[in-house]
Design a protein around this ligand. Sequence first.
Ligand code: SAM
Length: 214
Amino acid sequence: MEFIDEDLQRYAEEHTSPESELLHKVSRQTHLNVLKPRMLSGHLQGRLLSMFSHMIQPKQVLEIGTYTGYSALCLAEGLQEDGTLHTIDINEELESVVRGYIAEAGLSESIKYYIGPALDIIPTIEATFDLVFIDADKINNARYYDLVIDRVRSGGYIITDNVLWSGKVLEKYRKKLDEDTAALLAFNQKVHDDPRVENILLPVRDGLLVARKK
Ligand SMILES: C[S@@+](CC[C@H](N)C(=O)[O-])C[C@H]1O[C@@H](n2cnc3c(N)ncnc32)[C@H](O)[C@@H]1O
């Protein structure tokens, strides 16, 4: 589902800084060679993640759901010089291609890439996070949130992707309430009700829920 008119989307992209050559290549190669390329953040959302990262200037970033590395490269753009971005994905098939892109970006030192289930890996990462990006299996969003909330510094951010779930958060856009949609509804409400954060749901692409820890 497109939330805004196709022409307006194009206009917004035309008035947004372009992707780097490498990001363009990651996007193109993903669309040509990888299953479910719609999962990739893409130009507009990628520039927004980069903008957030530049605003926050994080030292420690955690990303849950690397896929082909597009959003990791965007989020790394605002990292402090000695900062680290930790990114986790369960899919080992994409490992060599992702490591290739990270090397091409010259970020092999600052991006730590972990393969495995995020629920197992997150507790092994020793860091206090300035920024967390949740973008993996939606059913586990609340578990990821609970695992990281105490490890985000006061004033740090948790950004969660796909919270509008192609519109299915509204009854009129779904045929039935499936498990993922129910989990997303519960997650969005949980964050909204959490007194530890301030939140804004941005209707960008498939919906980004931005929570700032008080
Ligand atoms: C939507 S894609 C991530 C897209 C990427 N963040 C981007 O914007 O380009 C979701 C990714 O989460 C990964 N994933 C799914 N379940 C996972 C789990 N339990 N632990 C870690 N990664 C998982 C999938 O393999 C997939 O690559």
